[in-house]
Design a protein. Structure first.
Length: 180
């Protein structure tokens, strides 16, 4: 993607997430999106077509590939033990999309297609954690999920602090007793 396209693409996605969070699911217009994103409707049509649902579907795809890290590239980072790099990329993604957390939390239990997709992705992330941590039980995987999820959504967490948190979690997983 060229840098100009990249900028416009993110402006539109961010504005769509903001409108969806503030006005309600799909209760906004493409004209409002155009104004919020400071782009023409023609650019919205060019990148996403004329459907509001298509724009949000694209955002959900990015949640899977970039936030949850389900893309081939991100899975390879996990397979090769480069979890820190993957988590820092997730954090950069969250920083680029300020309404992402609200959007996910608004939709994760919804019975809409978006909500069901977000729920499936959340389950895939938990499965990913279990697959890469086969020595942990279900409650420990759930605890790990909470830590990683929180690490990505907590505001103003600097990259060094994220790395320290990942190191703490890794050393805890490898060397501690998880019994109650």
């Amino acid at each position: 993607m060229s840098s100009n396209k990249d900028k416009v693409y993110w402006q539109i996605l961010n504005a769509a997430l903001e409108l969806d969070c503030k006005k309600g699911h799909l209760k906004w217009t493409l004209t409002e999106l155009s104004k919020k994103a400071k782009v023409t409707r023609s650019l919205i049509y060019y990148y996403f077509g004329r459907s509001k649902a298509t724009i949000l579907t694209e955002a959900v795809k990015l949640i899977g590939s970039e936030f949850i890290g389900l893309s081939k590239e991100r899975m390879e980072l996990w397979r090769t033990g480069r979890l820190k790099e993957s988590m820092l990329r997730t954090r950069e993604f969250v920083d680029r999309m300020p309404y992402l957390c609200n959007f996910i939390m608004d939709h994760r239990t919804s019975q809409s297609e978006i909500g069901l997709t977000v729920g499936r992705m959340e389950k895939r992330f938990i499965k990913k954690l279990a697959d890469f941590n086969t020595h942990l039980d279900k409650d420990e995987i759930n605890a790990l999920f909470a830590i990683y999820w929180g690490m990505c959504f907590a505001p103003n967490v600097r990259p060094r602090a994220m790395i320290k948190c990942i190191n703490l979690v890794n050393s805890f997983i490898k060397g501690k007793d998880f019994s109650d």
